[in-house]
Structures are given as structure tokens and as C-alpha cells.
Design a protein around this ligand. Structure first.
Ligand SMILES: O=C[C@H](O)[C@H](O)[C@H](O)COP(=O)(O)O
Length: 229
């Protein structure tokens, strides 16, 4: 996509997020994603709640939980929910066939649970996230610490290379107390197949390939939006 202008990208994130909010109605249980694009949606929902919108929400991370509560959004306990009306989340990459890579912020496991519970799963993205094939962005994989070497070896068998995520020279720990491996499989020809293989690895809690978990992607480009569904 060439060089990405950060200001333009941020503007697009906001446009996409505002468009997605149109799908929220009074009384809805709303799934709130994580990341810089989802943040625009949460902030706007928060303002509307302060102006009388009556929704409850489920948060996909501690960060999102805190942000939402700071606006007075009522957060429900995810472990008690069996359905969510609409979720709004970002993505690191998406294709026109609505397959995604998520987890750049490490929130993939809860995001996947929220997407799985949601009736209407909306992804919001700036134009830089659209790709022909997934895989330029490494696939985030949440691993239970004691299974680190085992999972790394299984990823190698799938012809992937693993990098344990570090932030400021410290091993990144997820909200669930686990590690993230960023796995490089090159460009992924068959994401469904890779997702199935990863699903079978014991000790791998969740991977960032979101297959069949998206109702629509709202992509902002310049000041307009394109919807893929
Ligand atoms: O774990 C983080 C999430 O999957 C994010 O939704 C994803 O990384 C996209 O984030 P951003 O909107 O900041 O690009």
C-alpha cells in the first residue's frame, strides 16, 4: 500500500469506527474490541452513553475494560454471557473473504470469545489493513507458558518460525497470564487449513487467525467507507 501517512490512517480509523456505531441500538449487549481503532469506537459509544444510550458491554481486554468504565459504560462479566448483540473490533490484516489476523495488541483470546458470542461481528479498519493474502503480519499465538517449547516445535513442523513477543526487553504477558509467539508462516495460501492445524496443538490457547468470525469489515479510505460483507 506504499508509505502510510499516520494522520490519514488515524482519521480513517475514526471514520470506520463512527460508521460501525450506527449498528448499535438501545438495550444491546455490545462487545468491545481492543486496539487503536476499537478505541475510537469505545470513546464514541462512551459519549453516547453519557447522552442517554442504554447499552451494556463486554470488554476484550483490561485496557478496554478500564477505558469503557471511565465513560460510565456498564461492563458485564464475560464468563456469564451466552450471547452478544453486536461487537466492534479492529484487525491487523483482513481479506475480502473476511478472514483476519488479529492479536497485535495481545488481546486475541478474549476477542475470539467475544466474536464467537456475537450475532453481528463488525471489524473496523483503515485501508492499510486490507491484503490479498494474510501473513505479512506475523500470526500472534497465545501460549500457556509451560507449553512454550512444545508449541514452538509444533509451529516449526508447520513450517513457521516463532518469535516470543518482548516489550521493552521483557517478555510480554497477556491479560490471561500467558505468552505470545509471533509466528511467521510467510504469505498464507490456505488460512482455514493453517487455523485447523493450529487448533490441534495442546498448550496453544488461541491464534490470531479469525476465520468465519466476521459479519462485515467497515474499511475507511480517505473520507469514505467501503463495506465488505
Ligand atoms: O490484540 C489486539 C487486537 O486484535 C487489535 O484489534 C488489532 O491488533 C488491531 O489493532 P489496531 O486497531 O491498533 O491496528
Amino acid at each position: 500500500m506504499g508509505t502510510i501517512d499516520k494522520t490519514q490512517q488515524d482519521a480513517e480509523k475514526r471514520v470506520a469506527a463512527l460508521e460501525a456505531i450506527r449498528f448499535i441500538k438501545d438495550g444491546d449487549v455490545v462487545g468491545l474490541g481492543t486496539g487503536s481503532t476499537a478505541k475510537y469506537a469505545i470513546e464514541e459509544i462512551g459519549k453516547r452513553v453519557q447522552n442517554g444510550l442504554t447499552i451494556t458491554a463486554a470488554a476484550s481486554s483490561k485496557k478496554t475494560d478500564e477505558l469503557a468504565r471511565s465513560y460510565g459504560i456498564e461492563i458485564l462479566d464475560l464468563q456469564t454471557l451466552s450471547s452478544i448483540d453486536v461487537s466492534i473490533d479492529g484487525a491487523d490484516e483482513f481479506t475480502e473473504s473476511l478472514n483476519l489476523i488479529k492479536g497485535g495488541g495481545g488481546a486475541l483470546f478474549r476477542e475470539k470469545i467475544i466474536a464467537s458470542l456475537s450475532k453481528n461481528r463488525i471489524i473496523v479498519a483503515d485501508a492499510s489493513k486490507k491484503v490479498e493474502k494474510l501473513g505479512a503480519f506475523k500470526v500472534p499465538i497465545e501460549v500457556i507458558p509451560l507449553a512454550l517449547q512444545y508449541v514452538t516445535d509444533q509451529i516449526t513442523k508447520l513450517r513457521g518460525s516463532s518469535l516470543l513477543r518482548q516489550i521493552n526487553n521483557e517478555t510480554f504477558i497477556t491479560d490471561n497470564g500467558n505468552y505470545i509467539i509471533d509466528a511467521d508462516f510467510g504469505l498464507i495460501d490456505y488460512p482455514e487449513e493453517l487455523a485447523r492445524s493450529l487448533n490441534q496443538i495442546d498448550g496453544l490457547l488461541a491464534h490470531g487467525l479469525f476465520i468465519g468470525l466476521t459479519s462485515k469489515v467497515i474499511m475507511a479510505i480517505n473520507n469514505g467507507v467501503v463495506v465488505f460483507e
